[in-house]
Design a binder for this molecule. Structure first.
Ligand SMILES: CC(C)(COP(=O)(O)OP(=O)(O)OC[C@H]1O[C@@H](n2cnc3c(N)ncnc32)[C@H](O)[C@@H]1OP(=O)(O)O)[C@@H](O)C(=O)NCCC(=O)NCCS
Length: 184
């Protein structure tokens, strides 16, 4: 089982089927806040939908194509983060994340994104980590900014969110940059 300790309060572990009830509970109670920026809430109406997400994540993990982690904060599952896609040909991993509203504003996701970037660039030896966030999603954009990622540009109409398109800001970190940036 993949478990990655970050600090005394925080760790990441591979999402398992037995996490489904808790993940669905958080999804449901944070539904309105998550729906502002994530496209899958209308497809996640019951715990069975969460189980399908876990199942397809496990299949993609087995193929080396993604890695979905549960964020464990002080013993409780607080949200999800990981690599929505790992592209070995491009040597690039794409980070995605969400937190239950009760766990926001504590610096959790910045520490998690830092640990995932360490894992991708230093342990797994990939060349690049990307984080994409809707241009208006300031809280999400703050995370790569805090970690010293380079803002590389904007992809117009990158995502359909229920009834409108959103543009995505793209942030990137190269393996050659990470050692010096993270020690600052
Ligand atoms: C994106 C998201 C994970 C960001 O959550 P967050 O709590 O703002 O991010 P962090 O956990 O890194 O916490 C940072 C906040 O904690 C505060 N904080 C408190 N203690 C801190 C610490 N020790 N270290 C760093 N920050 C700390 C920071 O000041 C910051 O608050 P601010 O934005 O008011 O300045 C969250 O808003 C979310 O889940 N949104 C919905 C889903 C989503 O948009 N996903 C991303 C799609 S691209």
């Amino acid at each position: 089982m993949f478990v990655h300790g970050i600090d005394k309060d925080l760790s990441l572990k591979l999402v398992e089927m037995r996490d489904a009830e808790r993940i669905f509970e958080l999804t449901d109670r944070s539904r309105d806040a998550l729906k502002e920026w994530l496209p899958w809430l209308d497809h996640t109406k019951t715990v069975e939908d969460t189980k399908s997400f876990i199942q397809s994540g496990a299949e993609n993990f087995a193929l080396g194509k993604s890695l979905n982690c549960a964020i464990i904060y002080r013993g409780e599952l607080a949200g999800i983060a990981g690599f929505n896609e790992i592209n070995e040909a491009k040597q690039t991993a794409y980070i995605g994340y969400w937190l239950d509203t009760q766990y926001q504003g504590k610096g959790i996701m910045t520490r998690v994104a830092k640990a995932l970037t360490d894992y991708a660039l230093l342990e797994r030896g990939l060349n690049k980590v990307e984080i994409r966030a809707a241009v208006g999603n300031r809280k999400s954009r703050n995370i790569p900014s805090r970690l010293g990622f380079t803002e590389e540009g904007v992809i117009r109409h990158a995502e359909w969110l229920y009834d409108h398109f959103v543009d995505h800001a793209v942030y990137g970190m190269l393996k050659s940059e990470w050692g010096s940036v993270k020690s600052q």
